[in-house]
Design a protein around this ligand. Structure first.
Ligand code: NAG
Ligand code: NAG
Length: 410
């Protein structure tokens, strides 16, 4: 890349700051809510101690949609163990839409669908817990869930939270369909309070599709918040969600993460290189890593991506700082963010049709100019033999990426 890209970068950053400032009501700060106020809300609203690193696990929607039953969920739990993925941190087994009967019982309780979950959700939770995993469930801040085949929790928040707690649920994804037209900022905190009152901590995943910029005020309400509409298993969908999510990078932190939606890796709609880009951007963006493929017969190519320990470690770094796209010139992009131990995560992405060289300069990466670094290639699993100073150049496949951890050497 040439040096004249600098102007573009600073313009993009400036526009972003202006936009965020206007969203925040004109306060000249990238974090509009005062820290004391945030901490106050955190204590009074959501203080469940969960999500100190982004959650990892599996969710039924992206592969199975509504075609789920208790066997499917048990098999997914079994597969997380059999593949070794649970040992890498994938511990949530999350049921998405379509698990309940359309109507509540005479006491107003949500009822597991008899034809597909005949043993009930408590039995499923016991099974999943017996494997050392956690069970997630799904509801909606409206009258129905998005499939319209089961009730939402609007007006039943406390009752449903109590039911989920009684079943041993560990995670709630809370969708936004068929609501009463009121703002999500009114409806979602009701469930936050209900979950805080119902007993053991339950991870709360806000799925209101980015309406009213939840990143700006999501931390007291949920452990993560969707910044986008649903992902589809295409490259266009994946990269557009990555970009929308990047806009809010400054708002992610331990306990509250931006969520560009679940992973499509292994579902067949993208190439191997594109899925590597998908997984790398999600990891460096500190996004929840929720697998969405059929784990029963996951291929070696898919496992090579989702079981990459070094890329997972970037996602789970205790510092919890989301990467920014610091440079974007035509099809070539540089994403970077700090890691613990003065290390830097670097992702070079080529969105174009041709294999191209990409150079990352130290000033793009906030590394002092004369610093020598050791570069670890996270996809080749190789530490490069010669140290780098000033810049690092790599040739990147069309629709592909290269990902590194840079470590200063004295
Ligand atoms: C994966 O396994 C399931 C059941 O074990 C089967 O129904 C499905 O067709 C398999 N998919 C592929 C792509 O082999
Ligand atoms: C990278 O840095 C070296 C010196 O460390 C310099 O000679 C070279 O021109 C730089 N390359 C690019 C593409 O900026």
């Amino acid at each position: 890349m040439e040096n004249d890209g600098g102007f573009f970068v600073s313009m993009a950053t400036l526009i972003k700051i202006m936009l965020l400032t206007s969203l925040a009501g004109g306060v000249a700060s990238s974090r509009p809510v005062k820290v004391t106020e945030t901490e106050h809300y955190r204590r009074t609203l959501l203080a469940n101690g969960l999500g100190l690193t982004p959650p990892m696990g599996w969710n039924s929607w992206n592969h199975f949609y509504c075609n789920i039953d208790e066997k499917t969920i048990k098999k997914a739990a079994d597969a997380l163990i059999a593949t070794g993925l649970s040992k890498l941190g994938y511990t949530y087994v999350n049921i998405d839409d379509c698990w309940a009967e359309l109507t509540r019982d005479e006491k107003g309780n949500s009822v597991p669908r008899k034809s597909t979950f005949p043993s009930g959700i408590k039995a499923l939770a016991d099974y999943v817990h017996s494997k050392g995993l956690k069970l997630g469930i799904y509801s909606d801040a409206g009258y129905f869930t998005c499939s319209k085949t089961m009730p939402g929790s609007l007006g039943h928040e406390e009752q449903d939270a109590k039911t989920f707690a009684s079943w041993g649920i560990d995670y709630l994804k809370y969708d936004n369909c068929y609501n009463d037209g009121s703002k999500p900022t009114v409806r979602y905190p009701v469930m936050t309070r209900a979950l805080m009152k119902c007993g053991p901590p339950i991870y709360f995943s806000l799925c209101e599709w980015g309406d009213l910029h939840p990143a700006l005020r999501g931390a007291p309400v949920g452990n993560s918040w969707r910044t986008t509409n649903d992902i589809a298993d295409t490259r266009e969908s994946m990269v557009s969600r990555a970009d929308l999510n990047e806009f809010y990078a400054d708002y992610a932190r331990p306990g509250g993460w931006n969520d560009p939606d679940m992973l499509e890796v292994g579902n067949g709609g993208m190439t191997e290189d594109e899925y590597m880009v998908h997984f790398s951007i999600w990891a460096i963006s500190k996004a929840p890593l929720l697998l969405g493929c059929d784990l029963r017969n996951v291929t070696k190519d898919t496992l090579d991506i989702i079981a990459n320990k070094e890329v997972i470690a970037v996602n789970q770094d205790p510092q919890g700082v989301q990467a920014h796209k610091v440079r974007s010139e035509g099809d070539l992009e540089i994403w970077t963010g700090p890691l613990s131990g003065y290390r830097v995560a670097l992702l070079l992405v080529n969105r174009g049709p041709l294999r191209r060289a990409i150079t990352a300069n130290w000033d793009d990466l906030a590394i002092p100019p004369n610093t020598y670094v050791e570069a670890r290639d996270l996809w080749e699993h190789k530490t490069l033999t010669t140290p780098f100073v000033g810049n690092l150049t790599a040739t990147v496949n069309s629709h592909g990426c290269k990902m590194y951890i840079l470590k200063p050497i004295s």
